[in-house]
Ligand binder design. Structure first.
Ligand code: SF4
Length: 91
């Protein structure tokens, strides 16, 4: 099974951001025209793995051209400072 990696995350206040996303897998959630990271949480502590190596475990944005069966078929995405998926695109 192919996995989608998270190449970078620009949300410095997220507890999972440790020079990149260190969650094991994130869920992309949000709503139409706003594909945001559902794993983002602002805390005064760090969570996740010791190193950044996150993948996308699920994506709820079924309208995205990269979405197949609630999974992402892109090789990698970036998460921007608004916690949005960089590759979200509706046909
Ligand atoms: S590119 Fe599309 S399918 Fe992949 S994570 Fe982003 S919004 Fe979901």
């Amino acid at each position: 099974m192919k996995t989608t990696t998270i190449d970078s995350c620009a949300i410095s206040e997220c507890a999972f951001n440790n020079n990149g996303c260190s969650a094991v897998a994130v869920t992309i959630a949000g709503k139409a025209n706003d594909a945001s990271c559902g794993t983002f949480i602002a805390l005064n502590e760090h969570g996740g793995l010791p190193v950044a190596h996150a993948t996308i475990g699920a994506c709820q944005r079924v309208e995205c051209v990269h979405n197949h069966q609630l999974l992402c078929d892109a090789a990698a995405i970036d998460v921007n400072a608004k916690a949005d998926c960089s590759l979200y695109r509706v046909a």
